[in-house]
Design a protein around this ligand. Structure first.
Ligand code: FES
Ligand code: FES
Length: 222
């Protein structure tokens, strides 16, 4: 200990370094100086990473069958983007909080980041790439263009898929949190209804007024 530390006691740095060294010794029985820090490769080798057999199944996406062989823990979003090259569905939060990954499964909207691909063997999946009929845009896509419902566009595929699913839910009479009645056979799509039903889709550019206008417009055409 130098003269300075004799006067003032050990510095904070010395205490931290001593603590770290003691921790290594207690945990491993080896002095810190002789401890080799693990690398990612060492960790994999030493830990004997558990091998998971790949799952083989078929995904029907946009009316086309894809044979898929993936780790069974692969989300539907990752399978679409990384294995089928359908990158229209975007990964925003990867936690079910932004809606950027919304696709339609058997006509109903879901967050594809929250479901495993292997769970959808035999389902009919529609992504943003499958909404247009050839050169003819889906009415919701055309309405988004007409009303300038996108700015950076990153959230737009999820917004459009969600809007298509939402219109079908409203037409079927599914109530929302702001619906006045729970038993109406169909729902009047007020701005409040549209906003509530689209509240799972976040747009960082705040194009919301135009998105609502586009959906209101398309509601008469879909
Ligand atoms: S990426 Fe799926 S909800 Fe955000
Ligand atoms: S248009 Fe940019 S996030 Fe929605």
């Amino acid at each position: 200990m130098n003269e300075e530390s004799q006067k003032t006691g050990p510095t904070r740095r010395v205490v931290l370094e001593s603590g770290a060294a003691a921790g290594f010794f207690l945990a491993t029985g080896l002095p810190a100086a002789g401890q080799q820090m693990p690398t990612a490769r060492d960790h994999d080798d030493d830990a004997g990473t558990r091998v998971v057999d790949p799952a083989e199944f078929t995904l029907n996406v946009n009316l086309r069958n894809y044979s898929v062989v993936v780790d069974p823990r692969t989300t539907l979003l990752d399978a679409l983007r990384n294995h089928l090259d359908l990158t229209g569905s975007k990964k925003g939060c990867d936690h079910g909080q932004c809606g950027a990954c919304t696709v339609l499964v058997d006509g109903q909207r879901i967050n594809s980041c929250l479901t495993l691909a292997v769970m959808h063997d035999g389902d009919t999946i529609t992504t943003i790439e499958g909404l247009a009929k050839g050169a003819d845009l889906h009415p919701m896509q055309a309405a988004f263009i007409e009303h300038d419902g996108f700015q950076c566009g990153y959230c737009t595929p999820g917004q459009i898929c969600s809007a298509v699913g939402m219109l079908q839910e409203a037409a079927a009479g599914w109530p929302s949190h702001v619906s006045e009645t729970l038993s109406s056979p169909s729902v009047s799509l007020t701005d409040a209804e549209i906003r509530e039903r689209m509240s799972g889709n976040i747009c960082r550019c705040s194009a919301y007024p135009n998105i609502v206008a586009a959906i209101r417009d398309a509601a008469g055409e879909v």
